[in-house]
Design a protein around this ligand. Structure first.
Ligand SMILES: Cc1cc2nc3c(=O)[nH]c(=O)nc-3n(C[C@H](O)[C@H](O)[C@H](O)COP(=O)(O)OP(=O)(O)OC[C@H]3O[C@@H](n4cnc5c(N)ncnc54)[C@H](O)[C@@H]3O)c2cc1C
Length: 816
């Protein structure tokens, strides 16, 4: 049974009347943030806990720790978290009960073996110590496991377990050593913002005014959010683990057993005292307290429901036979909070001032240290030191309603140890947002995915009955259909929906000057378009945007749909007087036409002349297409002649119908995101979240080509330094000598077996008939013609760095 520790936070000390930061919630996450702030110098930080520390999910965690995560940067932060435990133990003098036993991930079938090969590939360039071991070695290291069920296991030295309560206290006490304070039995009942942007935080011990508040409410994250009208789409889920009686082999052993995960059996396990702890994620998850976590819920456990996990126990008995002969000492059922995609939600909440959160942290003992580090860096330096997009609260918008949050968080819980293949789209919470074309495209065979809540077409099958995926790591069944779409775009004309691009509108006399300062590239003249990177103060990429000047003091910026709330937060934080801004992404839907016949099609739908002379590459007009008011941009991401036609959502159906009709004899075909992603590869164009992200600067990513060096802009000093001193890595495009399989992202790029970089994205480039990848490699490996290798599912394939784009190198098609 996990033990509850009790210790007065700051003795009988009075609550201060003011603090720079007030953290609400004394679970592992809040305590880690307090620790990092204090350690880095913000000692005027105060944590408020409604009960004892660890009064949410933290006290009854299983305490297993590991570095593996779907996102490489989260893996890095998990590694940081685990390394931190020694430090906080020393600083606080409080034991965290750490056992660095090492652990393994067991592959009982080819699918999981392939998955682990992908993880191993990531580990190569991340410098993590992971190695494959044979089933016989598994049995040597863990004699209770029956090796006959396994093909191999991935071993990681950095796995182990700890005492969750001890770790939380060690963070809190270390924070105190560094000068911060925490108060227990000091529940926050109200948060009220003053006109100066600071917060009055009400507790039974008085009111404390804070410059910044942080919601670390864990199981009560939703309720703490509601105090400020914020809906956080997280959901506490019931979760079981069992503690066994003593097992004689363990009692007799001299060395603690390693911990492990068996994905197919859906179990995790570790040694606990002289027995085992065995946990599982039920096939059918049970959301807990959907309508809200009661304030009087304390150090309680829920009634176990062993029927829920009976099928998993069968597996466990087979694979660790000693379990079948051992009694269960205790069955734990405790709630903890999941987010819609399983990753934490941290950072400044868009639309709010000085309101931060760190919630939905479902693996607090693997991730809490990294979350604390990131939050402290972000608050103190204005940006985290690595890209934490996978954890940024801004990846959800107001479309992520509480209902949607419950559905998706439950799905995520149930899929925790279930494979999601690269071509797989998840079924729950779909059709949250659709455009007027949804039914029409589905009827044509669209296979949809969801991005920032909005359905968008990935590819088109031969009809609705044919529109299904077969999940695989290899080339998937959309291959020939995507080839057909690419052919239509290359030879005739295709159309793709562009509702999912973000649109940011700026107005006002100061708009040009503001955009000129915040964007690193050129701000266009009226009726022209430019492409530009947007950088942080440290010179990291924070956007790649198309800027449209609608008139002297009126601009529209088009960018990553996923980043729209993050960009909104970014713009609103620096918007000067005299400039108005709005995220108008949902107000503009549309269609992009691409292909040599796109001009002919467009000309049939407009009264004015859109010939090459009259409407040039990077021109824009506010005009009518098919009798519908639009913003018409002459630009394309396919590498062919093309136009983006943005209209208000209520006109989309009319616009699309007119396009289909006018294009019928020109070979018009709808195409989806997969075709677009393929076509941009052979042009060597990067994509936001893959190639372009705050891990890289403009020089590394090649975005420096779009910089206006003659002006001042945010991030200039750092970018000039990178340009003048050179950078250690560069974005490259590679062709790979491989048949029947392509990269999907995050594979290692090697030279002579040594990792020299990683794949940011890739796939099959249909116009040039090659398997391709983009990725970052050491600068000395970035020259065209350099021969390297790329690892795909454990095999090394020869690859060559490309120079000019493989398709239409000088852009003649696009500029035609
Ligand atoms: C059965 C089980 C097994 C688990 N196993 C593991 C594991 O092996 N490894 C792992 O890494 N993770 C594990 N976890 C998950 C881990 O426990 C959570 O990720 C972690 O506890 C989240 O910490 P937190 O600080 O975000 O939230 P919580 O621990 O819920 O803390 C929130 C705190 O905020 C306080 N609070 C709320 N509202 C207020 C208010 N208004 N005023 C003041 N204080 C307030 C609460 O009292 C509470 O103390 C497990 C969880 C469970 C339930």
């Amino acid at each position: 049974m996990p033990e509850i520790q009790k210790e007065a936070g700051t003795g009988g000390k009075m609550l201060p009347s003011h603090a720079k930061v007030v953290i609400i919630g004394g679970g592992v996450v809040g305590c880690s943030i307090l620790f990092h702030l204090a350690k880095f110098g913000w000692k005027d930080a105060v944590l408020l806990e409604r009960d004892e520390l660890t009064s949410g999910s933290s006290w009854h965690a299983a305490g297993q720790i590991h570095t593996i995560s779907s996102d490489p940067n989260i893996s890095r932060l998990q590694g940081y978290t685990i390394d931190l435990y020694k430090e906080i133990e020393e600083t606080s003098g409080h034991s965290v009960g750490l056992h660095m036993t090492g652990g393994f991930y067991l592959a009982s079938n080819k699918t999981w073996y392939d998955y682990l090969k992908r993880e191993r590939s990531k580990a190569r360039y991340m410098g993590l110590h992971q190695e494959f071991i044979s089933p016989a070695e598994v049995a040597e290291r863990h004699p209770l496991i029956d090796p006959k069920h396994y093909m191999a296991a991935l071993w990681d030295d950095q796995d182990g377990d700890l005492d969750p309560s001890g770790a939380t206290y060690a963070f809190a006490k270390s924070a105190k050593v560094h000068g911060a304070q925490y108060f227990t039995h000091c529940g926050v009942t109200e948060t009220k913002q003053r006109a100066d942007g600071s917060w009055d935080v009400t507790t039974p011990k008085g009111v404390i005014n804070a410059e910044i508040i942080v919601n670390c409410g864990g199981l009560w994250a939703r309720e703490v959010g509601h105090m400020q009208g914020i809906n956080i789409p997280v959901q506490p889920m019931e979760h079981h683990y069992l503690l066994t009686e003593d097992i004689p082999e363990i009692a007799a052993a001299t060395k603690r057993l390693p911990c492990g995960i068996d994905y197919e059996a859906n179990i995790y396990f570790r040694q606990e005292r002289k027995g085992l702890l065995l946990g599982t994620y039920e096939q059918k998850g049970t959301p807990w307290k959907v309508d809200g976590t009661p304030w009087d819920f304390g150090h309680e456990l829920l009634q176990p429901n062993l029927d829920q996990i009976a099928d998993r126990l069968e597996f466990a008995f087979e694979r660790i036979p000693a379990l079948a002969e051992t009694g269960i000492r205790q069955a734990i059922n405790g709630p903890f909070t999941f987010g819609p995609d399983g990753n934490p939600m941290i950072g400044p909440v868009p639309g709010m001032t000085n309101y931060w959160c760190a919630v939905g942290v479902m693996a607090g003992f693997c991730q809490g240290g990294g979350v604390g580090l990131t939050m402290a860096e972000w608050m103190m330096d204005g940006e985290p030191s690595i890209d934490v997009w996978a954890m940024d609260v801004a990846r959800f918008g107001d479309w992520a309603s509480p209902d949607w949050g419950t559905v998706k968080s439950t799905e995520n819980y149930e899929r925790r140890f279930v494979m999601t293949f690269p071509n797989e789209t998840l079924p729950k919470g779909r059709m949250q947002k659709t455009t007027a074309l949804y039914d029409r495209l589905i009827a044509k065979g669209a296979r949809m995915d969801q991005g920032f809540g909005l359905e968008n077409a990935l590819w088109f099958a031969d009809g609705p009955d044919d529109a299904h995926e077969e999940p695989t790591f290899e080339r998937n069944r959309s291959f020939d259909y995507v080839a057909r779409e690419v052919k239509a775009v290359q030879e005739a004309v295709g159309g793709i929906e562009i509702a999912n691009f973000a649109k940011h509108e700026f107005k006002g006399a100061g708009a040009t000057a503001y955009l000129d300062s915040i964007l690193a590239g050129f701000v266009p003249k009226p009726e022209r378009l430019t492409l530009t990177p947007m950088l942080t103060e440290k010179g990291k990429l924070y956007g790649d945007l198309t800027v449209a000047c609608l008139s002297d003091d009126h601009f529209m910026l088009f960018g990553s749909g996923a980043m729209q709330e993050a960009h909104r937060r970014w713009f609103e934080a620096s918007l000067p007087e005299g400039v108005s801004y709005a995220n108008v992404s949902d107000d503009w839907h549309g269609v992009a036409l691409s292909g040599p016949k796109s001009r002919e099609l467009l000309q049939r739908l407009v009264r004015e002349d859109v010939s090459a002379e009259a409407f040039k590459f990077r021109d824009l007009r506010q005009t009518y297409v098919a009798g519908v008011p639009v913003i018409l941009n002459r630009i394309s991401f396919s590498g062919e002649l093309g136009y983006e036609i943005y209209c208000r959502p209520q006109y989309l159906l009319k616009l699309a119908s007119a396009i289909e009709e006018a294009g019928a004899d020109l070979g018009y075909r709808w195409y989806g995101a997969r075709a677009l992603m393929s076509m941009r590869l052979e042009k060597g164009w990067g994509v936001w979240t893959l190639e372009f992200r705050p891990d890289f600067n403009a020089v590394e990513s090649g975005m420096d080509a779009f910089i206006n060096w003659k002006k001042d802009f945010v991030g200039k000093a750092a970018t000039v330094k990178a340009r003048d001193e050179g950078v250690a890595r560069k974005l490259v495009t590679l062709t790979i000598d491989v048949d029947g399989i392509d990269v999907t992202g995050d594979e290692a790029i090697l030279e002579g077996g040594e990792a020299v970089g990683y794949v940011s994205s890739g796939g099959y480039a249909h116009r040039v008939g090659k398997s391709m990848a983009m990725g970052y490699v050491s600068t000395d490996k970035a020259a065209a013609g350099t021969r390297l290798q790329v690892e795909i599912l454990g095999e090394f394939y020869d690859a060559e760095v490309q120079g000019a784009p493989l398709y239409d190198a000088n852009g003649a098609n696009m500029r035609a």
